[in-house]
Design a protein around this ligand. Structure first.
Ligand code: NCD
Ligand code: ZN
Ligand code: ZN
Length: 333
């Protein structure tokens, strides 16, 4: 096996770039390592207007100039979006993101009634206009059952709107992986951290706040199913869900949810695919599947890696990174 590998046009189809100082600190880890990324809209004031959307996009473009990087934008779903408004923004976004109210970071103004008449109207328009629905799929039930309980909604929505493309974001269970087979219009993103950790890593020994995220990491059989899907299933694509919070918000009484992984995502994924003798499939997971699912035509960008170990730092600025202080056998060169 060769000690070099090239990834063509890597895409991160779910990332939190944040705003202001944090955006300035973290955006480079996405823009230098990836050709494009789907940027989540859950800012402190979520992105719900064309003006906010364009300002945010321009800010990202300004900070990433020269990196050969394309930010794909999203809007935060509201049930009062008119057809007129959606027609006006449809060419500026790749998806609209549904956050059930209060279920994760900055989702207080999320959707309260997912099956209301108003919501059905918005989904109908999205389906007509070809706008993808991206979903944080968790109920407000018992934490280990939230994703499973939400499958009901995916079932309802996929059946009722067969032309609506639906993305189950950051899936964490075997049930979700199995559900993908049920509908042609349903796809999913999988994070790096959910391929590696279970609830045992988060809370089985000492409590590890930097591994605390939504949805919470699940059981070993879930992790196995996610790995198997990432290595083989063309309906899943890489979405890091890299979600930086400053160290004082993580190492705190009341720890914020989110794992920061952008700086090390590509070398660590390369290690995982290498260890499973599936380096040939790495480009599918990290680029080609997303291109097909979203009909993307991204800018060409090659990321070269060499089998040469490096030690992950503890922090990037004031954000502790996933795999901190670990050795990763592949480096970007
Ligand atoms: C994300 C964040 O911090 O914005 N947190 C997380 O734990 N994944 C939000 C999200 O993707 O649910
Ligand atoms: Zn989420
Ligand atoms: Zn997220």
């Amino acid at each position: 096996m060769s000690d070099f590998i090239t990834i063509n046009t890597p895409l991160d189809m779910h990332v939190h770039l944040r705003e202001k100082d944090m955006l300035k600190k973290v955006v480079k880890y996405t823009s230098t390592n990836f050709a494009g990324a789907l940027v989540m809209p859950n800012l402190v004031s979520p992105i719900t207007t064309k003006e906010a959307l364009m300002n945010y996009k321009n800010e990202i473009m300004k900070l990433t100039k020269g990196d050969n990087f394309e930010p794909y934008m999203t809007l935060f779903l509201r049930d009062d979006y008119s057809r007129e408004f959606l027609e006006e923004v449809k060419d500026d976004i790749l998806a609209i993101k549904l956050y059930p109210a209060g279920i994760t970071t900055n989702s207080e103004n999320g959707a309260k009634d997912l099956r209301s008449d108003k919501m059905m109207k918005v989904f109908t328009t999205m389906s007509d206009l070809g706008i993808t629905l991206s979903v944080h799929g968790e109920s407000n039930g018992f934490v280990m059952d939230r994703e499973k309980e939400f499958l009901d909604f995916f079932d309802f929505c996929a059946k009722k709107f067969p032309k609506l493309k639906i993305i189950m974001e950051h899936i964490t269970t075997k049930d979700s992986v199995d559900f993908l087979n049920k509908y042609d219009n349903v796809f999913a993103t999988i994070t790096l951290h959910h391929l590696l950790i279970t609830l045992d890593d988060v809370a089985g020994d000492m409590l590890r706040p930097h591994l605390f995220c939504k949805p919470i990491a699940k059981r070993y059989e879930d992790r196995d199913a996610l790995l198997e899907a990432s290595l083989n299933n063309k309906k899943v694509m890489f979405g890091s869900d890299s979600a930086p919070h400053p160290i004082h918000k993580k190492e705190a009484c009341g720890c914020a949810a989110g794992v920061f992984s952008s700086p090390i995502a590509i070398p660590k994924l390369t290690q995982i695919f290498d260890e499973n003798n599936k380096l040939d499939s790495l480009n599918d997971f990290i680029s080609l599947n997303a291109k097909k699912i979203y009909n993307l035509n991204p800018i060409e960008k090659k990321i070269n890696l060499q089998k040469k170990a490096f030690i992950v730092p503890n922090k990037y600025d004031d954000v502790v990174v996933f795999c901190a202080n670990e050795e990763i056998p592949w480096s970007i060169i």
